[in-house]
Write a protein that binds this ligand. Structure first.
Ligand code: GLY
Length: 560
């Protein structure tokens, strides 16, 4: 942590403070999980680029400096508000390979083959990140590929000192990489664990980035890198073919739009469930006086849990890739529907989650990353990107230096069989060739009078959506500053399994007792390191950009 902060402070004196306080700026802001990546984004804006250029520079830099989730081999979603107020979204989610099929992770008896959808070459979807970042740049950026990728290439080629956080992350997965010599080589120091302060260079990744900078999407989806991906697939019965790579395209989609107490909520439509669920839950909450109940009160926690329970039940039934399944988006985000859906809400009693096969809480680390950028002209980007699990399937493409995703596990691999987040699904999210797997990623822009007000999002698998919901409620209902809105402890309920996970201190013992009496059950602390989510956010207040790095994890808000 110290090294990263010191680097940031030394190199970029415009940083006015280190998180957890918000950074104040007027010209531009980037908040991400990596100080080096935030700085890459801000440097592009300082040289005349806009928030979209900054997002692309940050995205490529994260692929180098935060490899557990930043990526070339994964996918993501971006919600963008342009300075004229228009909101657009770019879906660069992975797709199922052409040879994927509904029962590909089941044996002949219909039993799930353990690990196949998560820790194998066959767990990878066709990567979307490179096409996504380049498409963003071409459509709304102002800089060249080489300009926005220069820092990423330099950091990969010349290396950077590893923080304790990074070495701990590497140590956590090195054992799993024993079967993948290339991965082990990249994430170890000649076979030994890296130590804090060691310089980490990634020459193969630097070469890959150079090729992309020179040739654009063709440099990744055709030619040498595509061939290396396919060769990697052949090493382990993976499915991605040259044809799949050539065919991959990100998709511009209409944003999900809702309103909440006079604010506009702009979210990601399917194949993410994020936007729909955030708006659906806000609609259920709107008639309730959350501010009057008080933050953290049993009454407020109860009403939030009940909205989450209902929205996640809808997710398992209705949400999937809209190009393959008729997702009833407009119905789910209608205020009337929320009223009807919440009509059985009782202020004094928990509901029962339905009794279909309950999933289990995952013990796997959940890893994705979110960053927010904004410029003085009023362009703003909320971008969430992922390999799915931390370090994806932990397989580095030999010769190309980047990790592959294990996003196929986000499909419903069998009806009502929990994925790694305990989420259930059915037909809407079944596997089909070319289809995009359902996501929870929820990059979100809250705007007022056509201007960005809050730019937010988070990692956290299924918990992403409830993290974003709580940041919004904290700002709008509880009128918190962005520091508290992001930093305060959170909780999460997802219908099945019927239980509540929470950050330490999120729910006091007497509140737990009251909730227990109402019938809420299954309370447990969130099992992973920093806490629930990593909501790297920007709030616009009286013309100032307030960047808030979620203090649960390393990273930095950088502004100028
Ligand atoms: N891979 C996590 C998500 O997209 O929800």
């Amino acid at each position: 942590m110290r090294i990263i902060l010191t680097l940031g402070l030394l190199l970029f004196f415009q940083v006015q403070a280190a998180s957890p306080g918000a950074i104040h700026a007027s010209e531009g802001m980037v908040v991400s999980r990596s100080a080096l990546a935030s700085t890459a984004g801000v440097e592009i804006m300082k040289s005349g680029g806009n928030a979209i250029d900054a997002a692309v520079a940050t995205g490529f830099a994260l692929a180098v400096t935060y490899p557990s989730a930043g990526n070339l081999g994964g996918g993501g979603f971006a919600v963008i508000q342009l300075q004229d107020g228009t909101v657009v979204t770019l879906d660069h989610r992975e797709t199922a390979p052409g040879h994927a099929s509904r029962d590909m992770y089941l044996d002949k008896d219909g039993t799930v083959i353990q690990g196949l959808s998560r820790q194998s070459h066959a767990s990878s979807g066709v990567p979307g990140t490179v096409d996504g970042l380049l498409t963003l740049l071409e459509k709304y950026g102002t800089k060249t590929r080489r300009e926005v990728m220069a820092t990423a290439i330099r950091l990969a080629r010349e290396g950077f000192p590893l923080s304790r956080d990074m070495t701990e992350q590497f140590a956590g997965v090195l054992g799993f990489m024993q079967d993948h010599p290339t991965s082990h080589k990249v994430f170890s120091n000649n076979g030994q664990a890296y130590r804090e302060g060691d310089l980490w260079k990634q020459p193969d990744l630097a070469d890959t980035l150079e090729i992309i900078a020179e040739k654009g999407r063709d440099g990744f989806y055709n030619g040498r890198i595509a061939e290396l991906i396919v060769a990697e697939m052949q090493r382990g019965n993976g499915l991605i073919s040259l044809q799949d790579l050539t065919n991959y395209r990100s998709v511009w989609r209409e944003p999900v739009h809702g309103t909440y107490r006079g604010y506009d909520i702009w979210g990601m439509p399917p194949p993410s469930s994020g936007g729909v669920l955030v708006v659906e839950m806000l609609n259920m909450l709107e008639p309730h006086d959350l501010a009057g109940m008080g933050w953290g009160s049993a009454a407020a926690v109860h009403v939030l849990i009940e909205s989450e329970r209902r929205a996640y039940a809808d997710r398992s039934e209705y949400l999937g890739d809209p190009d393959y399944y008729p997702v009833p988006v407009s119905k789910l985000i209608a205020k009337d529907y929320a009223r009807q859906r919440f009509s059985d809400f009782r202020a004094d009693q928990a509901s029962n989650s339905a009794t279909i096969t309950p999933g289990k809480w995952s013990e796997e680390s959940i890893e994705t990353t979110h960053f927010s950028t904004m410029d003085a002209a009023g362009n703003a980007v909320a971008l969430t990107t992922t390999l799915n699990s931390s370090f994806g399937n932990r397989i580095v493409v030999t010769g190309a230096g980047f990790l592959l995703n294990n996003e196929m596990d986000d499909f419903s691999i069998r009806e009502n069989t929990a994925n790694q987040y305990g989420l259930l699904g059915r037909e809407a999210n079944s596997i089909e060739a070319g289809k995009r797997m359902l996501s929870s990623m929820s990059p979100t822009i809250v705007s007022r009078e056509g201007k960005p007000y809050l730019i937010t999002g988070s990692p956290g698998g299924s918990t992403i959506i409830t993290t974003v919901l709580q940041v919004i409620v904290n700002v709008i209902d509880h009128k918190m500053g962005i520091e508290d809105a992001v930093a305060l402890p959170r909780f999460h309920h997802q219908w099945q399994p019927d239980g509540v996970i929470y950050d330490p201190f999120a729910i006091s013992p007497d509140t737990l007792a009251i909730l227990g009496k109402m019938g809420h059950k299954g309370f447990r602390n969130f099992p992973f390191g920093g806490g629930l989510g990593d909501a790297n956010s920007i709030l616009v207040k009286e013309g100032e950009l307030l960047g808030m790095k979620d203090p649960r994890n390393e990273g930095l808000a950088v502004g100028y």
